[in-house]
Write a new protein. Structure first.
Length: 453
């Protein structure tokens, strides 16, 4: 009964019924009981009165129209899909061609260029050995035959410039480095600490006061201008911009280390006084007047002279040639298996750094080397540079500007170079940096004895 009612309602809702559907309804009604037939008689008659197809078009026509629409959509999609596929194939082919052209220095096109440069090198060598000035001048980077940048030559295996890398930047790495938005920085330190007292019963408690001192870190400018001929920038395989940028970065780091370790307060060092020349730094004076006269006790005295608050992260700082002297020193107070004192220096282990008297060692190229040995000269530092010093730098970092016109001073500082008439470009590098020894007692320096009168 319920299924029949559901079918009748669906047909009435649809609005039409086929002859077979009407016959089906009539047959199912006859199977019902008399009272049920009477209950749904009106609905069954309504189904029988329904038209046998939708008004205006037949069901088959509707199905045909749907099929046509579906076929049209498919055709449209296929047509656009083929166009898109063709465009993608074209784009991929172009990218593949670009990749092949920039595949590296051994791509056929690049190899041809490199071969041409190698031929130039061969011509240069012939001119060099034969003494032909004509060939030599043709191969220079300057019309006068005196190239400022030397000869840019190439070989099959290398287009880079060979040079020695020296490790600088110790000051920036070991000191407390902070970026600054202004040209100066005021740092506070504890000038006078509080004093505590034992007080008798009912006795008066004395007062004390904390006194702060204040020092100012002034940023100074490091700068250089590098000039290059257009031939070097256009014709050479060398990435001059990247190479010069690397050399400038190392040059700036070297200037910082020299100023902050051995600076004498003059303009040569940006008016900075380095730690080894700072009179407020703790000092151990040797009995000998040369670096080679240093002994194990001198280094131990440096540790004892340094406050305990700076020992947790303390290190020795020295030139690598000074380390070679220390590697030969023995501590006579501690006997080794051979009956002699044990060596102060311990080579790096799998899990630890090289040490002297148990403290790490950091090599500083800017510190005095063995060839600088002299009386009354400080040459080794010990302590915690992060506690002792603040290194400030402009937050905007290194600034680089490129020019193809204007006048710059030459290397000899006795004439100007016109970038337009000499067909050159100039790259200017500038940096603002400085340092402040805020707690000089956190480090100790080792100084040779003064020369006897």
């Amino acid at each position: 009964m319920n299924k029949l009612l559901k079918l009748i309602n669906e047909l009435l809702k649809r609005g039409y019924a086929s002859a077979s559907e009407k016959q089906e309804i009539a047959a199912k009604v006859k199977e019902l009981k008399a009272e049920d037939q009477e209950a749904i008689a009106d609905n069954a008659d309504a189904v029988n009165d329904l038209p046998e197809k939708k008004e205006g078009k037949g069901q088959e026509g509707a199905d045909d129209e749907d099929a046509q629409v579906e076929e049209g959509v498919k055709s449209l999609f296929d047509r656009h899909a083929n166009r898109i596929k063709s465009e993608i194939k074209t784009w991929l082919a172009e990218q593949h061609e670009l990749m092949e052209k920039s595949a590296g220095v051994y791509h056929p096109e690049v190899r041809a260029k490199r071969k041409a440069l190698s031929d130039r090198l061969h011509d240069y060598m012939k001119g060099l050995f034969s003494g032909s000035e004509t060939i030599m001048k043709e191969l220079t980077t300057d019309a006068t035959g005196s190239p400022y940048a030397g000869y840019a030559v190439d070989a099959e295996l290398a287009a880079e410039i060979r040079h020695l890398m020296t490790q600088y930047g110790v000051a920036r790495r070991e000191m407390t480095a902070i970026p600054l938005t202004k040209h100066s920085y005021k740092a506070n330190d504890l000038a006078t600490d509080i004093t505590t007292y034992w007080v008798d019963e009912a006795g008066s408690i004395l007062s004390s006061q904390v006194v702060l001192g204040q020092d100012t870190l002034e940023l100074k400018k490091l700068a250089v201008i590098v000039a290059l001929t257009s031939e070097l920038l256009e014709d050479s395989e060398i990435d001059w911009i990247a190479f010069i940028g690397e050399r400038v970065a190392e040059g700036f780091a070297k200037a910082e280390d020299l100023a902050f370790f051995i600076g004498d307060g003059t303009s040569t060092y940006g008016s900075f006084t380095g730690l080894l020349r700072n009179a407020s730094v703790n000092e151990v004076t040797m009995t000998g007047t040369t670096f080679a006269s240093m002994d194990a006790e001198d280094l131990l005295d440096m540790i004892d002279k340094t406050p305990s608050g700076a020992l947790a992260n303390a290190k020795f700082f020295m030139h690598r040639t000074i380390r070679s002297i220390i590697r030969k020193l023995r501590a006579d107070a501690v006997t080794a298996a051979d009956g002699k004192g044990v060596y102060l220096y311990q080579a790096p282990s799998d899990g630890g750094p090289e040490t002297i008297w148990g403290y790490p060692v950091t090599l500083v190229e800017a510190c005095p080397s063995i060839t600088d040995s002299a009386a009354d000269t400080s040459f080794v530092l010990f302590g915690d540079l992060r506690k002792a010093c603040i290194l400030g730098y402009k937050a905007s970092g290194l600034k680089v500007s490129r020019f193809n016109s204007g006048m710059i001073r030459n290397v000899a500082n006795n004439a100007d170079i016109n970038l337009i008439t000499t067909d050159r470009e100039a790259i200017r590098f500038t940096e603002r940096t400085g340092y402040l020894c805020i707690l000089p007692t956190a480090v100790t320096k080792l100084t040779t004895a003064a020369a006897s009168a």
